[in-house]
Design a protein around this ligand. Structure first.
Ligand SMILES: *Cc1c(COP(=O)(O)O)cnc(C)c1O
Length: 410
């Protein structure tokens, strides 16, 4: 008799984006003339820069000739891409060797899969609000108990990040073995300072814990005093691994390429108490369950680091960050308390007092025809907040801000 993995039955319904879609569709059906502007989901809208598309085309042509055709490549990625990534880290003041990098088809998969090389009895901490993938994949694996009425899972440790602590994740008070940190943060747009990351590295060392650091938005950091990689922090190579992605940084959400860095020094204990390097475990996992990113897409990713490709990607980031500035300043003038949007493409705003995130969602939709994301969808500490994404076309962003200013000021 086949039986299911019952941990899946603990999962709360994937409620957020389907519910947003449902409410927007219902509104649009009742108001066919409404011009709805969507600043809800975190997806890029600008086309790939031409030098990056050219790299795909050139690589595709290579596949058409027997002299240059390629079959399976190394599961970890081609040297040309690993070397380019390692050089990028060097330029950011972090030491990463090419053979510590594992190229993949997404940071979502990597953040989801990484938990399987750790013991099932590991105690996991996440921030609240949080990118839901970290939570759900640990639920699926069986590391949590059931969820309570607020949607919080037993055995998972939640670290509240709110305006009260400046959205800086507080150190856990009780035992934690693994912690997911994301900076620049989705959804709050906050970036952890060097001092904050150093505090976390020291904590991890003291507790033999490991930090799973999601740097999917590192390219949006503009303030040179803020770290872009956890490996800029002395000692981090012994206690942290890092996820990065070309998705938001270079417009690859539909193209698919990302990577994870596992330093050779990073170790955890086995059942006998002996230290084991995680690099070997992840290498085993990656080579067993993954067969590499396609050659043309790895060429496209490498082109992101060429002078022309980098300039094109940077121009798209600058465009998005100008959107972020317009949203942040416009909403500030409209009386809202706004966070993020300076070194991250998300604006995290407080909804007017006395309203829930979903009540504000409905008012914004009905009174301005603008769609955002209710903060409560990212965790119970997101209640009272609302996320607007800066990924959008300029004219839509300008119009959305103008509508909110005139029709729904705080
Ligand atoms: C978008 C995003 C990712 C990465 O996505 P991929 O497209 O799978 O590389 C990872 N982490 C966070 C927090 C994100 O918002």
């Amino acid at each position: 008799m086949a039986k299911i993995n019952t941990h899946y039955q603990k999962l709360q319904a994937g409620y957020l984006f389907p519910e947003i879609g449902k409410r927007v569709r219902a509104y649009a059906a009742a108001h066919p003339a409404a011009r709805i502007i969507r600043l809800g989901i975190g997806d890029v809208v600008l086309p790939l820069p031409a030098p990056i598309v050219d790299a795909i085309k050139t690589a595709a042509d290579e596949m058409a000739h027997k002299e240059t055709f390629r079959g399976y490549g190394p599961e970890q990625g081609y040297d040309f891409l690993l070397d380019a990534i390692a050089a990028r880290y060097r330029s950011q003041g972090a030491q990463v060797a090419p053979d510590e990098i594992f190229v993949s088809d997404g940071a979502k998969c990597d953040t989801a899969n990484m938990q399987e090389i750790f013991s099932l009895d590991s105690v996991v901490a996440v921030t609240d609000p949080v990118y839901p993938v970290y939570v759900d994949t640990n639920v699926m694996a069986g590391r949590t108990g059931p969820a309570d009425s607020e949607g919080r899972y037993q055995r998972l440790v939640y670290l509240p990040t709110t305006a009260a602590n400046g959205f800086d994740p507080p150190l856990p008070e009780d035992r934690v073995d693994l912690v997911y940190l994301c900076a620049p943060n989705n959804p709050t747009g906050a970036v952890m300072s060097r001092a904050s990351l150093a505090r976390w590295v020291a904590w991890a060392k003291q507790h033999e814990a490991i930090i799973l650091f999601d740097a999917a938005y590192e390219a949006f950091v503009r303030d040179p005093s803020l770290p872009r990689s956890i490996f800029e922090i002395p000692g981090a190579r012994e206690v942290a691994l890092e996820f990065r992605s070309f998705s938001k940084t270079a417009g690859f959400t539909g193209t698919r390429c990302a990577f994870t860095v596992i330093p050779k020094e990073l170790k955890a204990r086995d059942d006998s108490g002996a230290w084991v390097a995680l690099h070997g475990l992840w290498n085993r996992r990656h080579t067993t369950k993954f067969n590499g990113v396609s050659y043309p897409i790895q060429r496209a990713a490498a082109a992101v680091f060429s002078p022309e490709g980098a300039a094109g990607a940077q121009a798209n980031i600058d465009y998005t960050m100008e959107n972020a500035r317009l949203i942040r300043e416009g909403l500030g003038q409209a009386g809202y308390r706004v966070f993020g949007g300076v070194n991250a493409p998300y604006i995290w705003m407080q909804v007017p007092a006395g309203m829930t995130s979903w009540q504000y969602f409905d008012r914004l939709l009905h009174e301005t025809n603008v769609v955002g994301t209710p903060g409560s969808g990212f965790g119970s500490c997101g209640e009272g907040y609302f996320r607007l994404s800066a990924f959008g076309f300029r004219e839509n962003v300008e119009e959305a801000v103008e509508r909110i200013r005139t029709k729904l000021p705080a």
